[in-house]
Design a protein around this ligand. Structure first.
Ligand SMILES: Cc1cc2nc3c(=O)[nH]c(=O)nc-3n(C[C@H](O)[C@H](O)[C@H](O)COP(=O)(O)OP(=O)(O)OC[C@H]3O[C@@H](n4cnc5c(N)ncnc54)[C@H](O)[C@@H]3O)c2cc1C
Length: 434
C-alpha cells in the first residue's frame, strides 16, 4: 500500500507544528491535517514562560507582543502585592499569529498541510495507520495526535487514561491606550479564590486577555469568579511596571523630579484597569494527567493537550506542547530509521521528563490549596522563594528540584504533600457541595 506520508500529524497547534518542523528538517515526509483554516483564533491566555525560548529552535520574536517584568499578585482579591524582576519572566503573544508563525516554519522546513480537514478516527494494523477524516481517508506509517483537548486520535487509540479535566474562561478585552501602555510589562494574577482556581490579566499588545481557570468539577464557580475579577480590576488601583513611583529618577517632591519621563509616566503609581469592550468570552478545557501513563499505542502517539500535558498549578500548556512535539518527532525519526522498533522511547521520555515535572507541580498545587494565604505571603515576604519562582518560569530551575531544596528535611516535604493532597481534595469537595 502507498502512504500519503511517513508521518501524519492531526492538528497544527504548537505541538503539531513543532513535531512537523523537526521531522521535516530531518527529511521525513510529513503531512499535517488541520481542522481550521489558519490563522485562526484560539481561546488562550497566550503567556509564554521564558523557558520556551530554549526549546523553539528558531527566533519567535516577530510574534511576541509583550515582555513581562512585573507580576501583581492577590489571593482571592486580598493582600495584593507587586513583585518585579530585571530579567523577563514571561512573554505574551496572540495565538492566531503565534500558531500561524510556527506552522509556516514547519511548511518552510518541508511539511505539507491540509486545512479544513477534521480527523475523526484512527485505526492501525501491523504496517499502517488509517486516518479517517470527515472528507476522506489517509494512510501513514505513524500518526502524531496533536489535535488538542478533545483529541479524536487519543480517543480512538485508547490513550486517555488518568486524565484530570480542567476548564478555563477567557476573553480578549480592549482598554483605553493609557491603560494598555501602563500595563504593557505587567501581568495580574489572582489565586486561592476557590480551591485550584486562578484568574489572570495578560497584556497582548493593543488589548488584554482576561480569564479564570480551575478544576472542571468547580465549573459552576467560574463565571461568578470572572465577574468578580472584572469588578475588582475596574475599582482597584494596580501598581504596574511602567507606572512606578517613586523611582530613582523621580523623587518627589524635589528639584530632581522629572515627571513625564519614559520610566515615570503619570497618571500616578497606581492605575485602574479601564476596560472599553470585551471581544469574546469563551470556555475551553485544560486537560491534565494525574499519573504517569502511556502516550503511545503501537504506531500512534499523542502530544500536547491531546496527551493532557498541562501544568495543574498555572494551566500552562504551550511549553509542554512544544516540548512533547519535539520528543514525538525524535521518537518517530528513530522508529523510521529502524534504530528503535517501537515508540516506547516516547512514553518513557514524556514520563521521565514532563510527567515528573507536572506531578511535582500537582503536589505544590495541593499544598497551595491547603494553605493559600500562607504561600501567598511566603512569595511576598521571602526573596529566596521569589527568586526560585522566577527561575522556574525561566527554565533555570524545575518544580522537580523543589524537594531536593529541603535537603535532609525532604521527608517532611513528602509528608506535607501527602497530607495536603487529602486536605485539598476535601476542600474541593466541600466547595463543590456548598
Ligand atoms: C482559556 C485558556 C487559557 C490558557 N492560557 C495559557 C497560557 O497563558 N499559557 C500557556 O502556556 N498555556 C495556556 N493554555 C493552554 C494552552 O492553550 C494549550 O495547552 C496549548 O494550546 C496546547 O497546544 P496543542 O498544540 O497541544 O493544542 P492546540 O493548541 O489546542 O492545537 C490543536 C490543533 O488541532 C486542531 N484540531 C482539533 N481537533 C482536530 C481534529 N479532529 N482534526 C484535525 N485538527 C484538529 C485545532 O484546530 C488546533 O489547531 C490556556 C488554555 C485555555 C483554555
Amino acid at each position: 500500500m502507498t502512504t500519503d506520508a511517513d508521518v501524519i500529524i492531526a492538528g497544527a497547534g504548537p505541538a503539531g507544528s513543532l513535531a512537523a518542523y523537526e521531522l521535516a528538517l530531518k527529511g521525513v515526509s510529513v503531512l499535517i491535517l488541520e481542522k481550521s483554516v489558519f490563522p485562526r483564533y484560539k481561546v488562550c491566555g497566550a503567556g509564554l514562560t521564558y523557558k520556551i525560548l530554549q526549546q523553539i529552535p528558531f527566533d519567535i520574536s516577530p510574534v511576541l507582543e509583550t515582555q513581562i517584568h512585573t507580576i501583581v499578585f492577590s489571593s482571592g482579591f486580598r493582600q495584593r502585592f507587586t513583585r518585579s524582576s530585571d530579567e523577563p519572566m514571561l512573554f505574551c503573544t496572540n495565538r492566531d499569529k503565534f500558531d500561524d508563525f510556527l506552522l509556516k516554519k514547519a511548511v518552510e522546513a518541508g511539511a505539507r498541510v491540509i486545512h479544513g480537514e477534521i480527523v475523526m478516527q484512527v485505526t492501525q494494523d501491523d504496517e499502517f495507520v488509517t486516518i479517517v477524516t470527515r472528507s476522506g481517508t489517509f494512510h501513514s506509517k505513524l500518526v502524531i495526535g496533536a489535535d488538542g483537548a478533545s483529541s479524536a486520535v487519543a480517543r480512538s487509540a485508547g490513550l486517555r487514561e488518568n486524565m484530570l479535566p480542567g476548564l478555563a474562561w477567557e476573553a480578549e478585552v480592549t482598554a483605553d491606550p493609557a491603560t494598555v501602555k501602563a500595563f504593557s510589562q505587567t501581568i495580574f494574577l489572582d489565586w486561592g479564590f476557590f480551591p485550584g482556581g486562578y484568574g489572570w490579566v495578560f497584556p497582548k499588545g493593543d488589548h488584554f486577555s482576561i480569564g479564570v481557570g480551575g478544576p472542571a468539577s468547580l465549573s459552576k464557580s467560574m463565571m461568578p469568579y470572572y465577574q468578580k475579577l472584572l469588578e475588582y480590576l475596574a475599582n482597584c488601583q494596580l501598581q504596574t511596571a511602567n507606572c512606578q513611583l517613586p523611582t530613582a529618577d523621580c523623587q518627589l517632591p524635589t528639584a530632581n523630579c522629572q515627571l513625564q519621563t519614559a520610566d515615570c509616566q503619570l497618571p500616578t503609581a497606581n492605575c485602574p484597569l479601564k476596560i472599553t469592550s470585551t471581544m469574546s468570552l469563551k470556555s475551553w478545557p485544560i486537560p491534565g494527567r494525574i499519573k504517569k501513563s502511556r502516550f503511545h499505542n503501537k504506531r500512534v502517539l499523542v502530544a500536547g493537550d491531546a496527551a493532557g500535558l498541562t501544568d495543574p498549578l498555572t494551566g500552562e500548556g504551550i511549553y509542554y506542547a512544544v516540548r512533547s512535539g519535539i520528543l514525538a518527532a525524535k521518537s518517530c525519526h528513530a522508529y523510521l530509521q529502524a534504530s528503535h522498533p517501537s515508540l516506547e522511547s516516547y512514553t518513557r521520555s514524556v514520563n521521565d521528563e514532563l510527567m515528573t515535572e507536572l506531578l511535582e507541580a500537582n503536589r505544590i498545587k495541593n499544598l497551595f490549596n491547603t494553605v493559600p494565604l500562607k504561600i501567598h505571603r511566603f512569595v511576598r515576604d521571602n526573596d529566596r522563594a521569589w527568586r526560585a519562582f522566577i527561575k522556574i518560569l525561566r527554565g533555570e530551575r524545575w518544580y522537580a528540584d523543589v524537594p531536593a531544596g529541603f535537603g535532609r528535611w525532604k521527608f517532611f516535604w513528602g509528608a506535607a504533600c501527602y497530607i495536603s493532597k487529602w486536605i485539598s481534595e476535601m476542600k474541593e469537595k466541600r466547595f463543590r457541595n456548598r
